[in-house]
Write a protein that binds this ligand. Structure first.
Ligand code: NAD
Length: 348
């Protein structure tokens, strides 16, 4: 094992660099992981491009990354279910395990976990990383480490689809065909939904959705809400039962509330501006449930199973690969919008 621990450090707006950090030593309940691949996510890009995420400013340097896979190098003395050589993916943000949310099973809402493993604590875009063993999920032999890095965004989709009660026979509109919209599309299909329409304002993104099997797609760039609703109604043969909003754009959230069938559900996955104007009266009088989404809870095992069984193929989403030394190019490529998922490979 090499002694260096090259890490991608964000210092502030547009300031990302490589630094050699100390090789960490696992605590008794942790494993030391040789990181294989880390995906660049929209939140990494926000922190890189804007120097902030939501209201949270980047004030101190920290290691980026939270969509990671790797191989266990050393297990702490109390770790029973993992050993050196095991291939794993990491579920970021370890909760306190004691608060009402953790004890109630919704550990993604634990207040402690919101600031662990970025935003804005040290993440996993580095050669070696120590992490709680019980938030490391073993990958089956037929799931590659590259696919393992996609389990994080796929888990977001599993959570969003579960909260929306996505099931066969429902019709689903997905707003936004970025990586998160696309994993939601794949998950809806996997859950038996056949009537799915996906929107975007970028023809390139909609082309990718089409390649993944989307039969119904709509470019909403030049459409006002009224026009978009009419088009969606005509494409889908009626209004959607469920809308999964994955862009965070104000006009898209507004459309989601207006277009969803009375009594339906809108899940807000996209995280855009902290405050936006929405037609709340529409949602109230037509009993459209608005559900927030924050990451996932108990979704990794399902996401891994969906990939290992072959029901979901995440490989077409991985469009670019860079090694750690070329991380700047990786961030530029991801920020250009030309990529779907960019992976940074961290091993030497
Ligand atoms: P992305 O920026 O790559 O994709 C967003 C897509 O939305 C783009 O293709 C863009 O062209 C499209 N878009 C923009 N305006 C639109 C509009 N008016 N109508 C339809 N489409 C529009 O981002 P991503 O990685 O796919 O993530 C999507 C969103 O999900 C982001 O806001 C991200 O922060 C959020 N996110 C939330 C969670 C959570 O736990 N809630 C987890 C991960 C990501």
């Amino acid at each position: 094992m090499a002694s260096d621990n090259l890490s991608v450090i964000l210092k502030g707006k547009g300031e990302v660099c490589l630094e050699n950090r100390k090789l960490p030593e696992p605590l008794p309940n942790e494993v030391l992981i040789a990181i294989h691949a880390v995906g660049i996510c929209g939140s990494d890009l926000h922190m890189y491009k804007d120097g902030k995420i939501g209201e949270l400013l980047v004030t101190d340097s920290f290691v980026l990354g939270h969509e990671a896979s790797g191989t266990v190098v050393k297990a702490g003395s109390k770790v029973k279910h993992l050993k050196s050589g095991d291939r794993i993916c990491i579920e970021p943000a370890v909760p306190c395990r004691r608060c009402e949310f953790c004890l109630g099973g919704r550990y993604n809402l634990c207040l402690i976990n919101q600031y662990d493993h970025t935003p804005i604590g040290d993440g996993s875009m580095c050669r070696y990383f120590c992490y709680d063993a019980d938030f490391c999920h073993k990958l089956p032999d037929n799931v590659t480490l590259d696919e393992g890095a996609l389990i994080e965004p796929l888990s977001v989709a599993v959570h969003a689809c579960r909260r929306a009660s996505v099931t066969a026979g429902k019709s689903v509109l997905i707003c936004g065909a970025g990586p998160i919209g696309l994993v939601n599309f794949l998950t809806c299909k996997a859950m038996g939904v056949t009537n799915i329409c996906i929107t975007d304002i970028s023809e390139n993104r909609l082309d990718v959705a089409k390649k993944l099997g989307a039969t119904y797609k709509l470019n909403v760039k030049d459409l006002d809400s009224k026009m978009a609703i009419e088009k969606i109604k005509s494409i889908m043969g009626g209004l959607p039962d469920i809308t999964i909003e994955c862009s965070g754009a104000e006009s898209s959230v507004k459309l989601a509330l207006l277009v969803t069938k009375s009594g339906g559900v809108v899940t807000c996955v996209g995280l855009g501006a902290p405050e936006i104007k929405i037609p709340i009266m529409e949602a109230s009088v037509r009993e459209v449930d608005i559900k927030g989404i924050f990451r996932y809870a108990h979704c990794y095992p399902t996401a891994i199973e969906l990939v290992s069984s072959g029901v979901i193929d995440v490989k077409p989403l991985i469009t670019h690969h860079f090694n750690l030394e070329n991380m700047l190019k990786a961030f530029e490529t991801s920020a250009s919008g030309a990529a779907i998922k960019v992976l940074i490979h961290c091993s030497e």
